[in-house]
Design a protein around this ligand. Sequence first.
Ligand SMILES: [Zn+2]
Length: 731
Amino acid sequence: MKRIYKKSLAIALALITVFNMTGCVQKPGNPQESGEPQVSGQPQESGEPQESGEPQESGEPQESGEPGESGGLFETDYASWVNSDVQEWVKQVGEADAKDDFHLHVNRDWMVNTTIPDGYSSYDPITERALQVDSQLMDILENPEKETDPELIHDQELVQKYYTMWLDWDARNELGVQALKELLDPLMEVENLDDLTAYLSMPRTVISATELAQCEVSMDWNNADYYAVYVMPVDLIFGDSMYYGYMEESDALSEPYYNEVIRHILVELGYSDEEATEVLKSCFAFEKDISEYIMTTEEESARDAVVRENNPRTLEELEAEAGDFPIRSILEAYGAENSDSYILTQPDWIAAMDVLYTEEYVGHLRDYLICYTIQDYATLLDRETYDLYYKVINDISGAVGTKSDKKSATDAVDDFLPTQLGRLYSEKYVSDETKNEVTDITKEIMDEYRVMLSEETFLTEETRKEAIKKLDSLALRIAKPDKWEDDAGLNFAGSSEGGNLISAQDEVGAYWVERMKSRINQKVDRDLWTSRVQQVNAFYDPSQNSITLCGGILGGTLYDPNMSREELFANVGDTIAHEISHAFDTTGCQFDEKGNLRNWWTEQDQAAFSTRADKLAAYYDNIEPFMDVYCVGSQIEGEAIADLVAMKILLRIAQKDKNFNYDEFFRTFAQTWRTITTARSEYYVLSQDTHPLPYLRVNCVVQQFDEFYDTYGVKKGDGMYLAPQDRLEVW
Ligand SMILES: [Zn+2]
């Protein structure tokens, strides 16, 4: 479950930098030569998986419980479970005992006998449910119901228009890149700084193209009742800025995404092959230069990230820091020049833009904007470009096959008109009974949190009171909103009115920019949701102190009112307890009960909490999912804390029920995290995701709790054993 973060970590293009898999922290002295991910514990050349529980490098089993060579923090020798998310590796290992590798033990049969669906590089219960929701959404689009409510009639019209236009390949092929060319023409004519500033100041640029700064209106970190304007760096085509430290021009130019997709569209737009190469080189030069001043994924998920990013500014201060970079003009194009509050997330970036915004450099800035805008439209053009895009994405992610057109069109409507499709979905598929029952489970879990916090011995009374106040103020957004925003004014031309996918982007984009503008300096309406009902996901939002369980996640194998209590706990109960605990993870605990970034901790309590969190991060730093490639504890600690506390809370509630079936509970829990994926995709997740890998979300969690040891008789020497003094407890 992802946590909503202030900014859109948008790009997520799943661009796996195949050329140099240096995404993860390696132990010093162990540079990884090969571009291919390797299973932990094996020589690099071999694709063989490692036997579960076998120690690395040595063929001799090491005595468990002995201090490791490093004489480090932990007594227990780290279990080297096989990375049992990767299907090809699971197929090569035998069955595992529950005592040695619980995730593999429960899930091996399923992992061996399940197929990754076409167009995907991994499959798990969340994806399974997402496919169910997708077919429900497709049904809404394919078999539109006769609505009577005016709001729903309007929603129905809009989604039908877009769906029909998306599937009309004749019209799309005939239009080709023409509409994109019209959008880019003013940019392609940019020759000097004045031209560029004029281009960046056009409202259409902020609505439909890429800007040189991102602007978002969202809850103010320093005054949660009001909105602030966040000023943020550009996104990079390869995602994480860290990659650019390793990447040279030749690497970028040989990347299929750069070299095939963007080059193909450039040529369609009229560039010769040589000219296209020059544009790509020039774009990369800017990306490489600016990447040094943009935080990496690891930095963005670190404990101090929010404090580093919280830099309140006036417009005058922003202008002074931006120097020659025309930040005021860009904000004016957004209509965001009159905000009482701006937050500059990365001051180093804006200072660097001042240095780069020169006549000599203008070509690089223009070429970046051309390439970035182009790649945003790659799936909305003609068939040839669309097919090429998916071929490249599949090559990169290891996925095979393609999604059906109707499925892709449904995804496109879901992206483009999320509220409209969500309202129709909610009406048809999300019942009041589900909302009520899940709300009841949530309240039961919150009650246990209250008891746990009040008993917390490492906190002083003062901090404990604040923590309980935060829990009691938690806003619950469950299943579907009670209140929807009025979108009666939203409209765009369909194909019969002369519209196309790109003109629709212009019209709808303009509407959302107006909506964003209307929020500036206004009070936040806390009844409104910031996420899609139909999503198969759940969130904690620190700036609103709210948890959201989207309607999409409350169905299929993830939620069914007829489940046993053990099954409910292992599914929806775990999700709820996980999301609540984000209020108290290393990032969440920096926000107060209203969502203000305010330190409510005494120094002493903070130090005690940090010590506990440090131990957790160090524990994950020792886990090696690929040979010589370790988890980055600091990158995943927030999610790992949430996983751990969720289990603790559920087991505390279970203790009150003398008939509680722990075996059923733990097995169902392990099943919820079963995953099959490709090594390539797993590697990307390891380097970029803030969550622990799925098999670790089972094994690392259950091995912290006595109930697990008691249920399966785990003893010293077993793969699942962790010495009592090494077990983690953050809350
Ligand atoms: Zn989470």
